[in-house]
Design a protein around this ligand. Sequence first.
Ligand SMILES: *Cc1c(COP(=O)(O)O)cnc(C)c1O
Length: 339
Amino acid sequence: MKIIDLRSDTVTKPTAAMRAAMAEAEVGDDVYGEDPTVNRLQSMIAEMTGMEAALFASSGTQSNLLGVMSHCERGDEYIVGQHAHTYRFEGGGAAVLGSIQPQPLEFQEDGTLDLEEVVASIKPNDFHFARTRLLCLENTQEGKVIPLDYLERAEALARGRGLAIHLDGARAFNAAVKLGVPVREITMHFDTVSICLSKGLGAPVGSVLCGSKAVIEKARRWRKVLGGGMRQAGILAAAGIYALTHHVKRLAQDHENAKLLAEGLAQIEELGIDPSKVQTNMIFFSMDPSRFKALQTYLKGRGILISGREKVRLVTHLDVSRDGVGTTIEEFKNHFAKA
Ligand SMILES: *Cc1c(COP(=O)(O)O)cnc(C)c1O
């Protein structure tokens, strides 16, 4: 049975062509800066994002942490979304390892932070308070594309207030493809950007932090401290280069598949799915936990994997075909016809 795994876009497996590129990669010791493939990946992504430099990291959690730790010191603070990955889903790394305090704010409906609230949360320069140093945004945020004019305003706010600005751009390429712009139109508004190669882009491992030479040199030091200095990492970087070359434009297919899936599932009233809300590769719905369990078990028996906690999230990616979408809609309908 071919498994249709809608739990996340992290589940993609390297294609045969990607594996061939990995097998042929020229390698060296990257802690010495001598891995030509890692260096090539870093130059390539720096060029794409319009930054001076980039650093290959083992995960998005690590590259976000490197970003935060390169802008903030012990006793500093970063402003971040309440449900942002960099606050909620990274084990509290900035606080645990950097002694950096988060100031979480609720995301608005469109995935942005209210800029007036951001301003109001900046602490006065007074020793009672942590020093507010950094604003962190996320794009896409739960599949939502942050508008370019908002990014411009957020950047102006940060510059005006002397804050650094970091983007968790785990899925920045999904946002760029959706907007039909080069990714640098998004990344140009930030000091640092973390991009995941191992989500929809389909590489097995790896993320990159992009920024100025000075910030990336700081990040390189922290990466070593965190145990993230890898040696012949070119084998992994080769997958990243392959992904950036061959898997960016095709993200549009994942977006189209998510839309089709949402349209099909919208016919099941109980799910309350509004296809017009689907912008990229994610669909969300909520369901009573016990009914969800029954649905999940039914689908699993038919080779369809879904997951969720308070909210259920379906994600399309490289390994979900249009046929897979059709099968999924059919099996959802079968289940609800019986339930
Ligand atoms: C997946 C993800 C990350 C990084 O996750 P890793 O699993 O550590 O690579 C960061 N931010 C967002 C929004 C993500 O979805």
